[in-house]
Structures are given as C-alpha cells and as structure tokens.
Design a protein around this ligand. Structure first.
Ligand code: NDP
Length: 518
C-alpha cells in the first residue's frame, strides 16, 4: 500500500475537495509508487483564501524580520534532520540521482532558507533617501501580499525553496503549486514548514494540474504576485492571466545556453566542464550549456575527447549511487528528446554518440536516454534554437571571439552561458558581450542563493536570489514627512486662507525641494 500525500491548506494536511487522488510515477521503473491528493480549482480557491486571511489577519506580515528569520532557520534545520528521507523521495519522484539529491538538492534548500533568513534578520525595512530641505524622506519595504509559486518538474525541492523562502522572509504568504509529475518533496516542505511553527495559512501547497489549479491561482483576485519557473509558452499564459488585477510577476523560463571554449584552454579540464555543463541532471536544466561553441583550431581533438568521455557516463536507476545520470522525468519528456534527435538528423546533424533510448538492466519500464552529442550543426537549426530539455549537446565551431559572441547571442533566450579559457581577462571580455543573466567562467551551474539568477530576452522577467531576488517580493513605499510645521509658507497655488482675487497667478514662487505631481 503506497503512502498518500496530502495538500497543505490553512495549517492543515488536507484531502482534495473532490476526494480524488493521482499516482506519482517513479521514472526509474515507470511504476506508480505513491498516491497524491489531486487538487482542483476549489482547493486552489481555499488555499488562496487561507493565504489571504493569513496575510490580512495573521501575525506573519507584522512580525519583526528577526522573528521571521528564526522560523526560516528552523525550517532549514528540519530539512537537514530529514535530509536522507527527502533525498530519497526526490530520487524516486523526479529521477534525481541519489548522489545529486543528497549533494546538491538538500544543500541548496538549506542554504536558500538560511540566506533569506539572514536577509530578513537584517531588519533593513527602512532606508533613508537623499536629504531634501523642508522634509524628511525615507523608503520602506513592505510585503506584497499573497504570492503564488508555480514550479517545474526538473528541480522540485529546490524550486519550492526558491519560491517559499524569499516570499515568507519578506512577510508575504504563499500558495505553491508543484508540477504534476513531481509534487512530493514540495508537499513535504509544506508539512515541515507547519512543524517548524510557521503560522497557519502562511505556506500552502496544492498539487494539481496547471490547467485547473495553476490557472485558478494565477487568475485569482486574492493573489498579488506570481513567481513562475517553467516553459516560455506557459510563462506567456501566466502574464496574460496575471494582467487581470496587475499582479507582480517574476518569470524564470527557458534557455539554450552557450558554453564557449577558447583555443587557449586546458583541454582536459574544459572537456569535463563542458560535459558537466550539459549533462548535469540529463540536460533537464534551464541553464544547461546545450550549445557547445568550440574554437575551430582545437575543435577536432576537443570533440573527439568529449565524445569518448560522454560514452563513459553511466546511465542507471536514480537510487543507485553508481549512476551518473538517472532517468528522464517522464515518458512524454523521453519522447520529446527522441523526437528532437530525429529532427536533428533530418536537419543534417551527425549523431557523434548516443541518440537512442538507454537500456538499463532490470529497469525495462524506466525512461532512460543515452547522453547524445550532435555534430555538423548550424546555428539556425531547430536543435540549436529550441529547448530540448534532455541529454542532447549540439556542437558548433567558430573562428574567433566575435563569431563566438554572435552565435551565442543568436537565440531568443538569454538565461546563462559559460566561457572556458586559460586567460581570465580574455574570457571576461567575451562574457560581458553575452546577452544572458549569468555567465560562468571556467565553471558551470554555480548557482548560489546570494547571487542573482534570471534571464534576459525570452528567458524571463526579474531575478531570484540575494537582495535582488528578495526585493522582487517586497513593495517599496516612499514616506515624506514635512518638517516645516504650521508656520511654514503654504503652497502658493493652494492656500485656501487667501481670498481668491489675491492669489498669485501661477507659476508662483516655488518652495524648495519637492513639487506635487501625479
Ligand atoms: P510547463 O511550463 O508546462 O510547466 C511548469 C509548471 O507550470 C507546472 O507546474 C505546470 O503544471 C504549470 N502549468 C502548466 N500550464 C499552466 C497554466 N496554463 N497555468 C498555470 N500553470 C501552468 O513545463 P512542462 O512540464 O510541460 O515542460 C515543457 C517544457 O518546458 C520542457 O520540455 C522544457 O523545455 C521547459 N521547461 C523549462 C523549465 C525551466 O526550468 N525553465 C522547467 C520545466 C520545463 P503541470 O505540471 O500540472 O502541467
């Protein structure tokens, strides 16, 4: 009998209003292994209502930053205490290799809650503004209200932390909707938030479809802000729905990032780095370096070595510590990856390695694909322009830095990228010309909750992490205090004590400093 995971609504673990459930599939086996309460639009409404009530009437928004920080630190501690169970759950639900789940996922969740606890504890809610004769002015940060977080299937527990931690650190309340393929660890984080003493209604989790639950939340008049990570296509729909009551939106969308290898590079190091850049979590990563641009003078030996090492990557079940790559998240995504390899072949690309489903002994029903490298690719091809979200690397040679930058920027996306070179100043010159939100030099995937992450162009709007990300969850209010007192000169054009005919004709003498406007 599999465990049934319940929704988190208004401080309670709840079944769905309809009583319906759905199965969660283990992508390593293709078999169902857990049952989940299936939220619908009624549950979305209840969750939004609970979050609204907690914001309007509850203690959370008015608490001191350091009190909220203490609660976030408690969540981080509870994640640490439960790390083994959470890592195993992520491996089974999302196909993360157990090495990655333990090493990368849980660590990132803990540090995200800790970094936002630090930011909340700074008590930097008020900031003085430039001096102005006659008035005192300051800016005050306040929470936005009810936030909705909609997250994808590629990094479920990390995405839950990326949305919950900044939202509640800033004093908001949140309803989070995880992807249908991978709801379990988000439901568990919601439950741990309750156990950590976060007041009821501050963190709510509803697992259900994007069409029913996602749309109901994004359209709800009770919601003030939406933070979404997922495809650019759904990002467009979110913007449309959010426009109904002008919700604030942060969107982290697709990518087709370039990893640029210059000819002065340490080949051994950069080959491994480029493979890590693309094949980390099977390429199911928005910022993956899926286009490898290699300087032509070193392209042949570089690609030969890279192809050889790609063949050494061990594809296997997520729970096996020997697996370098686990399964693709779902049968549907596996078919998408397969289809794109076919498109590449039709466009004239050469499959240098991989290109087929991988066979994993004893796991016939699992969704495995071989790490795949495509050569003879031109920048205009679909495999070079469209997000595949699987273990597929395309290789494009270039002559010089100017051409590398031109190809790297030949994309509707602008999320991330990498430059590999033995000369940091040469690499920095290239990095500064790439139109993306992040560029790593001689490394890849180094996301840190202290530094901003987000996209240019169709990769999104706004930033996550650090002060930049924190401010996406805060309103800023300007307070102006007049210091002149009743004796000061009145507004010359609005002095009701002066008889009409004696009023000076505009424009009268101005008081120093601010002018009314609107
Ligand atoms: P989606 O963008 O469809 O899904 C992301 C999240 O949005 C999920 O929680 C989904 O719910 C929800 N959602 C879907 N439709 C709506 C809607 N109309 N209103 C509100 N919420 C909605 O990604 P997919 O899972 O379908 O993946 C498709 C492609 O998107 C991938 O192949 C990849 O290219 C890209 N992608 C990008 C990611 C990134 O990190 N930038 C992450 C995941 C995918 P539900 O799960 O129920 O559909």
């Amino acid at each position: 009998m599999s465990h049934t995971y319940r929704l988190v609504v208004g401080g309670e673990l709840a079944t769905a209003a309809s009583g319906e459930t759905f199965d969660s599939i283990d992508p390593s086996t293709g078999e169902p292994f857990a049952t989940v309460a299936k939220a619908g639009s009624e549950d979305a409404r209840k969750a939004a209502e609970a979050a609204r009530k907690a914001f309007d009437e509850g203690p959370w928004p008015g608490m001191k930053g350091r009190e909220r920080a203490a609660a976030l630190l408690k969540v981080a501690d509870m994640v640490k205490q439960n790390s083994a169970a959470l890592a195993e759950l992520e491996a089974r639900d999302a196909g993360h290799t157990i090495r990655m789940a333990k090493g990368a996922d849980i660590g990132m969740v803990i540090s995200t809650f800790r970094v936002f606890a630090e930011l909340a504890a700074k008590e930097n809610d008020e900031a003085p503004l430039a001096r102005n004769p006659g008035s005192m002015n300051y800016a005050r940060y306040e929470p936005i209200g009810v936030c909705v977080g909609i997250t994808p299937w590629n990094f479920p527990i990390q995405m839950a932390a990326w949305k919950i931690a900044p939202a509640i650190a800033a004093g908001n309340t949140i309803v989070i909707k995880p992807a249908t393929y991978t709801p379990l660890t988000t439901l568990e984080i919601g439950r741990l938030c309750l156990e950590a003493g976060i007041p009821e209604g501050v963190v709510n989790v509803v697992a259900g479809s994007g069409a029913a639950v996602g749309e109901a939340l994004v359209a709800s008049p009770m919601v003030d802000k939406v933070a979404f990570t997922g495809s650019t296509e759904v990002g467009r729909r979110i913007m449309e729905l959010a426009s109904s009551n002008i919700k604030k939106c942060t969107l982290e969308l697709g990518g087709k990032s370039a990893s640029i290898v210059l000819d002065d590079v340490d080949m051994d190091y950069a080959v491994d780095g480029a493979l890590w850049g693309v094949f980390f979590h099977n390429g199911q990563v928005c910022s993956a370096g899926t286009r490898l641009l290699v300087q032509r003078s070193i392209a042949d030996p570089f690609v030969a070595e890279l192809t050889k090492r790609a063949e050494a990557i061990r594809v296997g079940p997520a729970l096996d510590p020997a697996s370098d790559e686990g399964p693709i998240v779902s049968e549907t995504q596996l078919e998408t990856v397969e289809r794109y390899v076919g498109i590449g072949r039709e466009e004239g690309a050469d499959v240098l390695t991989g290109g087929e489903r991988a066979v994993v002994e004893g796991h016939d029903g699992g969704f495995y694909f071989q790490p795949t490298v495509l050569g003879n690719v031109k920048s205009g091809m679909r495999v070079s322009q469209e997000e595949i979200f699987g273990p597929v690397l395309v290789i494009i040679p270039f002559e010089d830095e100017a051409e590398a930058v031109r190809i790297a920027n030949d994309s509707v996306y602008g999320l991330a990228g990498g430059v590999w070179s033995g000369d940091n100043s040469r690499a920095i010159k290239v990095a500064e010309q790439i139109r993306t939100g992040t560029v790593w030099i001689n490394d890849y995937h180094m996301i840190n909750p202290r530094y901003p992450f987000g996209g240019y162009k169709q990769s999104g709007i706004g930033r996550e992490h650090g002060e930049f990300g924190f401010n996406e969850y805060r309103e800023i209010k300007h307070i102006h205090v007049d210091l002149g007192g009743p004796s000061r000169a009145r507004h010359p054009w609005w002095d009701l004590t002066v008889p009409k005919r004696e009023k000076p004709s505009p424009p009268g003498p101005e008081r120093p400093g601010s002018k009314p406007s609107g």
